[in-house]
Design a protein around this ligand. Structure first.
Ligand code: SF4
Length: 272
C-alpha cells in the first residue's frame, strides 16, 4: 500500500491499517534516495507545519498541540528565515500555518503567506484556526476548528474541522454534523489521537463502503496516517487518522515525512 486508491479495500480491524503503515514506511525507506540537509524526504511532496505560537485563548481538553513537543518562545523573524531555508529544498511543499492560535498574530500570518507565495510553487497553504481573528485578507484556506469548546460561525469557503472520539466517528454522526452546518461545503473529521494510544475503531470505513449515498474519492495509508475522502449530498469530507504513537515509534532512519517549524524557529522533522 503506497498509493492513493479510489475505493476502500476490505479491512477487518485496525491491525490491518497498522500493517499498511509499516509496509508504506518500508517501501519509502527502500525507494527514496534523495537527500536534503534534513535527511531523506520519504514523500515527494512534504508537509511543512509552521507552529507560529503556542499561545491559545481556548482550552480544548484534547488539544494534541499541547501534548506535542514544541520549543521556545515566539521568534517570528527566525520562523521566516527557517521557512525560507526549508522552501529552498522543498519548493513543492504544502504549508500549514498553525499553533496554538495563529490568528493571534495576523500580520505574521500574512508575512508567512507572502514568503510562501514568493519562494515556493505555492502548491497549497492552509491556516488551522479556531476563528479568533478572521478579519484579515489571508490568502490561505481556512480550516476552522469546531467543537464543544470552540465554535465560531463558519466563514465562507472554510473547511469545518472537528476532532471526534471513536464512538462518534460513525457515518450517522458525520451526516448529522454536515446537515447541521448547511452552509458549509467542506468538512474534516479527525480521530482523537494522543501520544500513547495505538488502536482505533475503524468501523466508519465499512460504513462508507456500503452506503449507496456515499461516493468515495480517495483512500490512503501512509507511514503513520490514514485518510479517506468522500462526497455526500453535494458536500465533500475528509476523515484523517494520525497515529502519533506509530509516528513516534517508527524507525525512520534518516527519513522524514513532515517538517515542523517551531515557535522559536527551530526546524524539526517527524513531529520532533
Ligand atoms: S483551539 Fe486548537 S490549539 Fe487551542 S486549545 Fe483548542 S485544540 Fe488546542
Amino acid at each position: 500500500m503506497s498509493s492513493k486508491l479510489p475505493f476502500i479495500p476490505s479491512i477487518s480491524d485496525y491491525s490491518d491499517i497498522r500493517k499498511m503503515m509499516e509496509e508504506d514506511l518500508a517501501y519509502r525507506k527502500r525507494e527514496r534516495k534523495f537527500k536534503t540537509s534534513l535527511g531523506r524526504p520519504l514523500y515527494y511532496r512534504i508537509n511543512i507545519q509552521i507552529i507560529t505560537t503556542q499561545e491559545c485563548p481556548y482550552s480544548c481538553p484534547f488539544c494534541i498541540e499541547r501534548m506535542n513537543p514544541m520549543s521556545g518562545n515566539n521568534n517570528f523573524p527566525e520562523q521566516l528565515r527557517s521557512l525560507e531555508k526549508v522552501l529552498e529544498e522543498h519548493p513543492s511543499a504544502r504549508l500549514t500555518i498553525t499553533g496554538g492560535e495563529p490568528t493571534l498574530y495576523p500580520e505574521h500570518i500574512m508575512d508567512i503567506e507572502k514568503m510562501y507565495i514568493s519562494k515556493s510553487e505555492n502548491t497549497f497553504s492552509s491556516i488551522n484556526t479556531a476563528g479568533y481573528n478572521l478579519s484579515f485578507p489571508y490568502k490561505s484556506k481556512i480550516n476552522l476548528s469546531y467543537n464543544d469548546f470552540v465554535h465560531e460561525s463558519p466563514v465562507e469557503g472554510c473547511t469545518l474541522q472537528t476532532v471526534l472520539p471513536d464512538q462518534s466517528m460513525r457515518l450517522e454522526y458525520l451526516k448529522k454534523f454536515m446537515e447541521q452546518h448547511a452552509s458549509v461545503e467542506r468538512f474534516s473529521f479527525r480521530y482523537l489521537s494522543d501520544l500513547i494510544r495505538h488502536d482505533y475503531d475503524i468501523s466508519i470505513l465499512n460504513e462508507l463502503r456500503s452506503d449507496p449515498e456515499i461516493e468515495v474519492c480517495t483512500f490512503r495509508v501512509g507511514d503513520f496516517f490514514m485518510y479517506v475522502t468522500f462526497n455526500w449530498k453535494g458536500k465533500h469530507a475528509r476523515i484523517t487518522l494520525g497515529d502519533m504513537y506509530q509516528q513516534r515509534s517508527n524507525d525512520d532512519e534518516d527519513g522524514y515525512s513532515n517538517i515542523i517549524i517551531h515557535p522559536d524557529g527551530r526546524v524539526g522533522v517527524n513531529w520532533k
